[in-house]
Design a protein around this ligand. Sequence first.
Ligand code: NAD
Ligand code: IPM
Ligand code: MN
Length: 370
Amino acid sequence: PSNKKLLVLPGDGIGPEVMREVRRVIDWLDRRRAVSFDIEERLVGGSAIDAEGTPCSDETVEKAKAADAVLFGSVGGPKWDSLPFDKRPELGILRLRKELGLFANLRPAVVLDPLVEASSLKPEVVRGVDIMVVRESTGGVYFGEPRGIETLPDGKRRGFDTDVYHEDEIARVARVAFDLARQRRKKVTSVEKANVMQSGRLWRAVVGEVHKAEYADVELENMYADNCAMQLCSRPKQFDVILGNNLFGDVLSDLAAALTGSLGMLPSATLGAVDAATGKRHALYEPIHGSAPDIAGKGIANPLAQILSFAMLLRWSFGLEEDAALVEAAVGKVLAGGLRTADIMQPGMARVGTSVMGEAVVRELDKLAA
Ligand code: NAD
Ligand code: IPM
Ligand code: MN
């Protein structure tokens, strides 16, 4: 058995379909690179609600804590959409983020050369785009209290959420963003709505303090989140690292995904704090897309975001930079060779389904390692 413990949570919809293709890559590493994993697979999301009565059982949380890394698919779907708010599949991923303390969600949006024409934006706007969105992922409006829907005396309903951040929550995710920028092009664009939100004012102040005290060598730019959405579409190349709260980070990373051609291309890593005693950190890797109910079961989902999430896992949780780069290179070769799932289809390219795409990645791995 290997000393690398992986918990695999395929989830719902296309989750299990794209996860199957990652298993091919894992098997290949096992055979050809002497990198092996002890893998346990469990249910999460709607499928866990159906089988276990809860979107993420206590046992799954414990296994996630005990694992060296978690590979997550996606959760949710129309079947569970009418469940009460506190019983929804999405609570599965939210619970894991919260209970494992996974506060920093890294979402790289890279426009790969072969996909420049697959973007809905002009080639000259997107060619060379390489952005890292750092999204705070355990705080803000996702978890703030009070929240609810209440009925007022006049019989009308009122819905409310609370967007709240403690300064330590802001400072620790800001450090992640600045550290990443140091390895990249040394620029952080911090987004908020400091013009209308108190938590946004604190966000801007704390990011500025951390910058001044610890990261004067990195450029910091503050930008309102709405302007950032516009700038992402008009001049995306100005961005290196984008730092945002839970909600703005969620929205802006889907937008950044569209630059790259498809949501089906974008991986993510969600990291916890490094434990001072062991040097280890909890980490979960997932594509940024959801369960895609509109195409689930058709065998046409793009598995590359899930495969690239596994590459991030190799790099961030195990320091296997060479293997991670190999998987990424294989994905690049497959695209350069002209294979396309429907979401990134372009004229003159060969349209393939989920499993042919996965097989093609393994074939390119074979060639690269030959
Ligand atoms: P979605 O990401 O599932 O789909 C949005 C669009 O992108 C759809 O047209 C879909 O077909 C397409 N798409 C997504 N991934 C693709 C892939 N790999 N290949 C090809 N096309 C792809 O978002 P949604 O439709 O808003 O949400 C559907 C469900 O997923 C909801 O229940 C939502 O809550 C959930 N969701 C879960 C996660 C997660 O588990 N982390 C993330 C986002 C949404
Ligand atoms: C994501 C998703 C989740 C989020 C949902 C499913 C809870 O949209 O991972 O981006 O909003 O964080
Ligand atoms: Mn999202």
